[in-house]
Design a protein around this ligand. Structure first.
Ligand SMILES: N[C@@H](CCC(=O)N[C@@H](CS)C(=O)NCC(=O)O)C(=O)O
Length: 224
């Protein structure tokens, strides 16, 4: 049995943990548990993550929740200065972009994808979808400018900063991104990486197998 266990079906934010694990070539066990009573809200899982949310990892006997804390931890532990920056300032920039992704664009992209793509057509709310586009427009221009002058967020090399931001906004690849062409090219570049493609294959399969009532439940419990 592997020392690293990643909990959460790939449709959820577990995608982020799976992507970094594949990027780092780690040996891991994936437990694709669902949200809700039988999965993330079960007594056994609540022992690991009392939030009852996905993902969570167990690394040997170390337990960690919060998807982007997981990617930062695994990158720092295993990347030997490659995916995880060695310089203090670069490390701080990786934290900056990680927190930016969570606070500025995570919710907006999620709302957009539910009301543009994932909910059954007659249950989508065009007003919520359009409002979400307005919410992400300004931060997307900031990201567009950042990757206009260099290939990746910290320079010439792909790092965990790119992985975190690209993973958070991965569903935006289906938006009309013509107003932010540098962001569009950068996102496509990040998602074309072999590890991202492998994780996306799992995510797309899980998306396609998700019943409408689960998507409806996600929208309702998160007030999206
Ligand atoms: N900030 C957390 C959010 C985790 C989260 O909301 N996960 C969703 C799936 S993507 C979940 O488990 N929702 C079920 C629920 O809220 O009951 C993270 O990034 O890990």
């Amino acid at each position: 049995m592997s020392d690293l266990r990643i909990y959460g079906i790939a449709r959820t934010r577990a995608f982020r943990a799976l992507w970094i694990a594949m990027e780092l070539g780690l040996d891991y066990e994936h437990l694709p548990i669902e949200i809700g009573e039988a999965g993330a809200k079960s007594p056994e899982f609540l022992e690991l993550n009392p939030n009852g949310r996905l993902p969570c990892i167990v690394d040997d006997d170390f337990v960690l929740f919060e998807s982007l804390a997981i990617t930062l931890y695994l990158a720092k532990k295993h990347s030997n200065g490659k995916l995880y920056p060695g310089r203090l300032e670069d490390e701080a920039k990786a934290w900056q972009w990680t927190m930016w992704a969570l606070t500025e664009v995570d919710r907006g992209v999620n709302i957009w994808s539910l009301h543009a793509i994932r909910l059954p057509v007659d249950e989508r709310d065009a007003a919520k979808r359009d409002e979400a586009l307005k919410v992400v427009a300004a931060p997307f221009r900031v990201l567009d400018a950042a990757v206009a002058k260099q290939t990746y967020l910290l320079g010439d090399e792909f790092t965990v900063a790119d992985l975190n931001v690209a993973a958070v906004i991965s569903r935006a690849i289906e938006m009309d991104l013509s107003a932010v062409p540098n962001l569009k090219a950068w996102l496509a570049r990040c998602l074309a990486r072999p590890a991202a493609q492998k994780a996306l294959t799992l995510k797309t399969k899980a998306d396609n197998e998700t019943p409408a009532e689960v998507t409806r439940h996600i929208a309702r419990i998160n007030r999206l």
